[in-house]
Each structure stands twice: as C-alpha cells, then as structure tokens.
Design a protein around this ligand. Structure first.
Ligand SMILES: Cc1ncc(COP(=O)(O)O)c(C=O)c1O
Length: 406
C-alpha cells in the first residue's frame, strides 16, 4: 500500500476518558437547571441545536412569517425554515464573492426574523445588518455551530440569539445537546423558552445509552489512527475483489449514516445523564479550538497566497475552529478531485453539511456553484505534520494536473 493518511474528514474532540465518562453520567440523578443566567445574557439548554431552533421558529410562527436569511444552512436548519416559512417569504441575503462577508441585504416591506448561518469556522460580520434591523425591528438569530471562537457569546451585537450544538464532532462536545444565548433584554422570550423546555418530554436514559453505544465505532474510526489504518487496509483489500469499493464510496456511505440526524422526534428535553455531560463540558471549548487553530495555521501555511485564495476563498488569515476541513473545488472537477484523493488513500467527501433552499436561485447562481463545489478533506485536528504536508502536496499536484489558474 502507498503512503496513507490515517485521518477521516471528521473528528470527535474528546479523550478516551471523556468518552467513558459520558456512559458513567447515565447513572446521574442530579438535577440541573435548563438555563443559566449571566449578567448580560442567559444560556438556555436544549436536547440539540435543531430542537432549540425548531422551538424558536414555532414560537414566532405566524401565517405570514417573513425571513431574511443567508443562502445555505445545515440540512436541519434548512428543513426547519421550510417547515415554518412559505417559499415566497424566504428572502436571501447575498454574500460577497469570497463568501465571507454580507454583500446585499434584501429590500423588504416587512421582516420578522433574520437567520444567519456562519460557515467554515469563522463569523460573518453582522454589522451589515444594523440598518435593516433598525428598520424592521426583527430578531436576529445566528447559527454559530460552525462559526468563530466561543470566546464571544455572539458574533456581533446585532445578534439576539446565538445557537450552538454539543453533538458528535462539535465544540464543546457532550455527544449530544445544544444551547443558545439570549440577550437579557429579551426577558419574555427567555421566560417563555424556559417554560416550553420544562414542559417537553424528557429523553429516555435508555435512548441516550443506545446513542452512546452507536458512537463507539465512529469514535474509533475518527480518533484512532490504528483503527483508521486497519479500516483503510480492509477497504483496499475489498476493492481488489470489488471495484465499486473505494475509500470514497465507503466514506460517503459511512458519513450518510453517521451522525444519523434525527429528522423528527427531537423535541425533547435532555436526560439527567446528558445534562451532566453538558455541564461538565461547557467550559472545555478552548482546548479544542487551540488544537484546530494550531493545525489549521500549519495547513494553510503550506499554500501560496494565490492557491489559498483559489481553494479557500473565505480564508481571512484567521484560523478556522471547525473539524470540517473544507476546500472549494470547481463544480465540474469535484468528482475527479475526490477520486484523485481516493486513489491516494485520502478520504474526502462531497459537501455533506450545507443545503440550499427549495426555492429559485436564478438570480444567485454563484451560490449554487459554490455549494456544489464544497468538499471536505481529512480533519487537520488529528493529522501529523507529515500527513498535512502530504495532503497539501497532493492538492497542489491536482491543481497542476488541471492547470487551474486564477
Ligand atoms: C452548522 C450546523 N448547524 C446546526 C447543526 C445541528 O446541530 P444539532 O445536531 O445539535 O441539532 C449542525 C450539526 O452538525 C451544524 O453543523
């Protein structure tokens, strides 16, 4: 076998000890509050980020709910928005050609909610919303699951509610759960949300146990290089007998069902075991961010400025704090690129996270191309320097072969 990068495109930022601790926490009987009040904001705790977002949308729901929103979201967010908002009431906020700034806010007569999804481990600058917010007196909700550092609770003062996930591969991680910050000026919102969560059915500890059990193979595959090496060897051997089996086909199949997001039945409140895991980990985001920062800095330093802006147009010189090591490939080259990586035992994935709305994008074709060109590379968090250099060299090689210039 050739040189192998023993790292898949995802990573669970927790140690073996932490992993076992989540199981031990299942026995907890301790009571925890579903909200924590701070001086300027309140942290409201939920079963998942999508449960909190669904609750917010249901709360503001009216027959004619109008939203202004960034053009791509996590599948669950896209689905929840479409569940509550008529297609004609979804108005897109356009991004600049680097997809890292707001370029154009829609001109509307009325707007109830602004929904922002931050991308690629950094924040969009929400100062562009100041006038719009003043005019419409709307609530600004931000999905910071893939946003910038949690050193800040909101990316900008224009945001009223910021949402976070503690599931699977997130920071901080509790293998489940989500939370949101709400500005204390929204007193009624906080009281109402606390009441709604209190009255939700509680997650069964047995369900939590089953979910944790299912995460064992994923944890081994994503975090253990020995296990990943074994899996790659096995795929290679199987590919010898069946040409349809490759690193790419297996990575796609595995990622399609891991994490398996609940599309329904998520309107619950966390079980005591999950709450304990969350409370133990709220403050542990920084060490995770530091690992990403250090490794991404090295990863990005391996590219020339020209290639950086070609493959990572959103990159502003700040480090990314997400496990998703994302690269932009020209739409028509995505399959070739993924197969090229797969031939070198490098696992990549076509965009598994971000989705467009089921509305017309005729006046915004750039974002469709962009979304189709998103590819995940192996996660830098668990890669050695040698692996990072090898990966970046392969990307440069691909670029040379296709003589892509910009
Ligand atoms: C950007 C983004 N938003 C929202 C979510 C949903 O989080 P949860 O699984 O806690 O509902 C995810 C999960 O991967 C995500 O990546």
């Amino acid at each position: 076998m050739k040189y192998v990068i023993k790292t898949p495109p995802d990573y669970l930022p927790l140690s073996n000890r932490d992993f076992v601790r989540h199981f031990a926490n299942l026995l907890s009987k301790k009571k925890y509050d579903f909200s924590i009040r701070y001086k300027r904001f309140t942290k409201v705790i939920g079963y998942s980020c999508r449960s909190l977002f669904d609750m917010i949308m249901d709360y503001f729901n009216n027959k004619d709910l109008v939203v202004a929103t960034t053009p791509i979201h996590h599948t669950s967010f896209r689905d929840i928005i479409e569940k509550y908002v008529k297609p004609e009431n979804i108005h897109l906020i356009k991004l600049n050609d680097k997809f890292n700034e707001i370029k154009e806010v829609p001109d509307l007569k009325k707007c109830d909610l602004v929904i922002i999804t931050h991308l690629f481990g950094q924040d969009l600058d929400l100062s562009a919303l100041s006038e719009f917010k003043k005019k419409h007196k709307c609530i600004v909700i931000e999905d910071r699951v893939q946003g910038g550092s949690l050193d800040k609770k909101y990316s900008h003062k224009n945001a009223d509610i910021s949402l976070y996930s503690m599931a699977m591969d997130k920071r901080p991680i509790a293998l489940g759960g989500g939370f949101m910050y709400i500005d204390n000026r929204h007193k009624k919102l906080i009281i109402d949300f606390e009441e709604i969560i209190k009255n939700l059915p509680v997650e069964k500890p047995s369900t939590r146990f089953k979910q944790l059990l299912k995460k064992i193979p994923t944890y081994l595959l994503y975090n253990s290089k020995a296990f990943a090496f074994f899996a790659i060897g096995l795929i290679d051997l199987s590919g010898f007998f069946n040409k349809a089996i490759s690193i790419l086909s297996v990575a796609k199949l595995y990622r399609a069902s891991n994490p398996r997001f609940l599309r329904k039945g998520y309107m619950l409140k966390p079980s005591p075991g999950l709450l304990k895991s969350m409370y133990e980990n709220f403050h542990k985001y920084k060490e995770v961010e530091n690992v990403y920062t250090k490794n991404y800095e090295f990863f990005f330093s391996c590219f020339s400025p020209k290639l950086l802006s070609y493959f990572f147009p959103w990159y502003r010189g700040e480090s990314s704090v997400t496990p998703y090591n994302t690269i932009q490939i020209e739409e028509h080259l995505v399959n070739q690129f993924l197969e090229f990586l797969s031939d070198f035992y490098i696992s990549g994935l076509p965009n598994p996270t971000y989705k467009l709305f089921n509305i017309s994008y005729d006046d915004y074709p750039e974002i469709v191309k962009f979304n189709n060109g998103i590819v995940y590379l192996p996660c830098v968090a668990n890669m050695t320097k040698e692996e990072i250099v090898y990966l970046t060299n392969k990307i440069k090689e691909f670029h040379k072969i296709h003589n892509q210039t910009k």
